[in-house]
Design a protein around this ligand. Structure first.
Ligand code: ARG
Length: 459
């Protein structure tokens, strides 16, 4: 049944109806539409626009509908209604007849859809926070297991300085903590109820919009009806947070893919999360992490799509806004699934500790320590840097690492260098020295781990 047939003399063309209808994707809003309708009926009763009996009838029919949808979330898909709001109303009319037709008094689908979508976003945001916390927990598990395991650290994808795997994992914990805070910020701003804004100009029903907002679990009622029905910032905020979160998952995935590659070999994936090649029998591919990286493009695309959809729309509601939903739903569910997969996959990743320790020592990654040694002999850092560069070049030409150079070879470049240089060149020396807050020294990493664990317990 259509909600608006009266002023039309011919029915919609089937082609147009198919193009116009949104039930095929907005059916997921059913529980929220029912919740909003229950609060609306109660508010109409308080405003004396519904009798106690009518309100009672509506509440009961809406509760029955909520149970039916909970048992079968795809129930609305069996109908032919225009959208989820029409479906709920036609179901009510089927159940209780005339009283159901009073429910839409003073409200519009424009304030209703904005309300439903905010309720949906609030719920999803909480689920995304929970999924982030589980992913953080998995990263902390990895950081704890491999807290002191050496790993080559890179800049420009060139070996730079040794780090420990715990430090690497805690870097991603920091990112995911910021993602949680972005989601919490988004929740704060979306916690405003548009219901009671009418189509655009406000409702004629003399109701207390603040208590209606509180009934629906919102902190505030919206303060401008035009803004309330045309605003989709809350969805964009969430999409922005999701894009940022996926960006982090993608970088993490790229690191894991690289450390698992034949070229690095510092990490290994379990067979449980790897796949093979149909042609090359030797292959073991990191598909799970490639999908985390790949799905990032999809989520970012949805974020951009909504921005472009909203850009330049006039006040107030426009049908363009119906296009806010499928991308939003897909982006949020994809982000949630990726977080869940990360939490699942981290325990399946191990560090090849011996190999990684050997790799961490390669590539003159202790050259900075040699420069620091020269600084300790009172050479200005810039000169120490230059001399160390010359020594690296000499060692490279002879196919030696720095600690394999003889004292005579060192002295051929700088006579400031003595026998006491060798301890400076040991890998643990450089590592342990980076013990200031935030450094990769195992002591600092242990503290970082503790901070993150405390944060998680309090979250
Ligand atoms: N299906 C519509 C949407 O998702 C609901 C609002 C329709 N409002 C209207 N005035 N046509 O945006």
């Amino acid at each position: 049944m259509s909600l608006w047939g009266g002023r039309f003399s011919t029915p919609s063309a089937a082609e147009f109806k198919e193009f116009n209808d949104s039930l095929s994707f907005d059916y997921v809003l059913a529980p929220f539409d029912i919740q909003a309708s229950q609060a609306w009926a109660a508010a109409l009763h308080q405003a004396q626009l519904l009798t106690a009996e009518e309100n009672q009838q509506l509440q009961q029919a809406l509760s029955e509908l909520a149970r039916a949808v909970a048992a079968d979330p795809k129930l609305p898909l069996r109908a032919d209604d225009e959208d989820i709001h029409s479906w709920v109303e036609s179901q009510l009319i089927d159940k209780i007849g005339a009283t159901a037709k009073k429910l839409h008094t003073g409200r519009s689908r424009n304030d209703l859809v904005a309300t439903d979508l905010r309720l949906f976003c609030k719920q999803l945001a909480q689920q995304l926070i929970t999924a982030n916390l589980a992913a953080i927990n998995a990263l902390l598990g990895f950081a704890e297991s491999y807290r002191d395991a050496l790993l080559p650290g890179y800049t420009h994808l060139q070996r730079a300085q040794p780090i420990v795997a715990g430090h690497w994992a805690l870097a991603y914990v920091q990112m995911l903590q910021r993602d949680v805070s972005r989601l919490r910020d988004a929740v704060k701003r979306m916690d405003v109820c548009p219901l009671g804004s009418g189509a655009l100009a406000g409702t004629t029903a003399p109701l207390d919009r603040e208590s209606l907002a509180h009934d629906l679990g919102f902190r505030l009622a919206s303060e401008n009806s035009l803004d309330a029905v045309s605003d989709r910032d809350f969805a964009l905020d969430l999409l922005n947070a999701a894009s940022n979160g996926m960006l982090h998952l993608s970088r993490l995935a790229e690191d894991v893919i690289f450390y698992c590659s034949g070229e690095s070999g510092c990490f290994a994936m379990s067979d449980r999360i790897s796949s093979g090649s149909s042609l090359m029998p030797q292959k073991k591919n990191p598909d799970l992490f490639e999908l985390l990286r790949g799905k990032t493009g999809r989520v970012m695309g949805h974020q951009h799509a909504l921005q472009v959809t909203l850009k330049g729309l006039p006040m107030a509601y426009n049908k363009d806004m119906q296009e806010d939903k499928s991308g939003l739903f897909d982006a949020l569910l994809t982000y949630q699934q990726c977080l869940q997969m990360l939490a699942f996959a981290m325990p399946e990743i191990s560090v090849n500790q011996q190999h990684a320790a050997t790799q961490a020592a390669l590539g003159y990654s202790n050259a900075t320590e040699l420069a620091d040694y020269l600084v300790s002999k009172s050479l200005p850092f810039r000169d120490a840097h230059h001399i160390t560069g010359e020594i690296v070049l000499m060692a490279q030409q002879q196919g030696l690492s720095l600690d394999q150079l003889s004292l005579a070879q060192f002295k051929s470049v700088s006579d400031l260098i003595e026998e006491d240089v060798y301890p400076f060149l040991e890998i643990n020396y450089g590592l342990n020295k980076r013990s200031a807050l935030g450094g990769t020294a195992p002591k600092a990493v242990q503290l970082g781990l503790k901070h993150a664990q405390d944060w998680l317990h309090a979250a």
